[in-house]
Design a protein. Structure first.
Length: 266
């Protein structure tokens, strides 16, 4: 499998880089924004970027399935399933925030496991990658999560804080009371900071598989833990609530805070 993953990774890195470069001409330019059925925004940049990724993956790996945010699933019964978010952080993209990303994951449906993740941030020139059993990297530099510490001294990033606040503001109060520092953040960059040892935990909400599957091997291969809020492994059917931490001890404390009440999932 090592050789297979190395080949997959090489192509995923190349295709993600090409897709990110293709998205940049649209960045900080006037764009028509369309609201999808779930009220999330989409632009021509999202669609053209996913079209490019799908074309390249299909040419290189015709036996693999593809699940993408904008165009659904093809060859969904294939063992190996590419999971693609062409522009993770469309709201960031359309508002000029440079931390949007191209997310590409490879999911082994027989194992029920994301075995590869590539997270590309074209506006800041950063790319993160991981494969199961082979580590996590920022460029050529290996990644390791931070050393264990009490949650009371931990830096915790909360993604989608506005959505959590709209449903259950008490959760944010609990997190703020139990964490050393709580900061609001968005999108996939938080997981890269976690994998690199800069952040101790990430709480996320309302995600789809294409939002989190690339982050799963990145966090785990760097030494961290990433699950749903109940501590269960993330799957294609997970409810979109994500808890990630630098180590099992911090993760367990985080789950205890999250489990006092369950935020109603939208």
């Amino acid at each position: 499998m090592k050789n297979d993953l190395s080949l997959y990774l090489e192509e995923a890195l190349r295709i993600s880089s090409e897709a990110g470069a293709g998205a940049m001409p649209y960045f900080r330019k006037p764009l028509d924004v369309i609201s999808k059925e779930d009220d999330s925004p989409v632009t021509i940049a999202d669609r053209r970027t996913e079209e490019l990724i799908r074309q390249r993956l299909s040419e290189r790996f015709p036996d693999c399935g593809i699940l993408g945010e904008e165009f659904g699933t093809v060859r969904g019964d294939s063992r190996m399933l590419w999971i693609v978010d062409p522009i993770d952080g469309t709201k960031s993209f359309i508002s000029g925030m440079p931390l949007f990303s191209v997310l590409v994951a490879l999911f082994d449906q027989k194992k029920g496991q994301s075995v590869l993740g590539v997270l590309t941030f074209p506006a800041v020139g950063e790319q993160y990658a991981s494969t199961v059993g082979q580590g996590a990297w920022f460029g050529e530099h290996g990644l390791n999560t931070a050393e264990s510490k009490p949650l009371s001294k931990a830096m915790v990033y909360v993604n989608e804080g506005d959505r959590i606040l709209a449903r259950e503001d008490d959760l944010l109060s609990r997190l703020n009371a139990h964490c050393g520092v709580m900061r609001f953040s968005y999108d996939a960059y938080s997981y890269c900071l976690l994998a690199g040892g800069h952040v101790d935990a990430v709480v996320d909400y309302g995600l789809k598989p294409y939002d989190y599957m690339a982050a799963v091997p990145l966090v785990e291969e760097a030494g961290g833990v990433i699950t749903d809020w109940q501590g269960k492994p993330l799957t294609l059917e997970s409810d979109g609530r994500v808890a990630a931490a630098s180590c099992p001890a911090v993760h367990e404390e985080l789950l205890q805070v999250l489990s006092v009440d369950r935020v109603a999932f939208l």
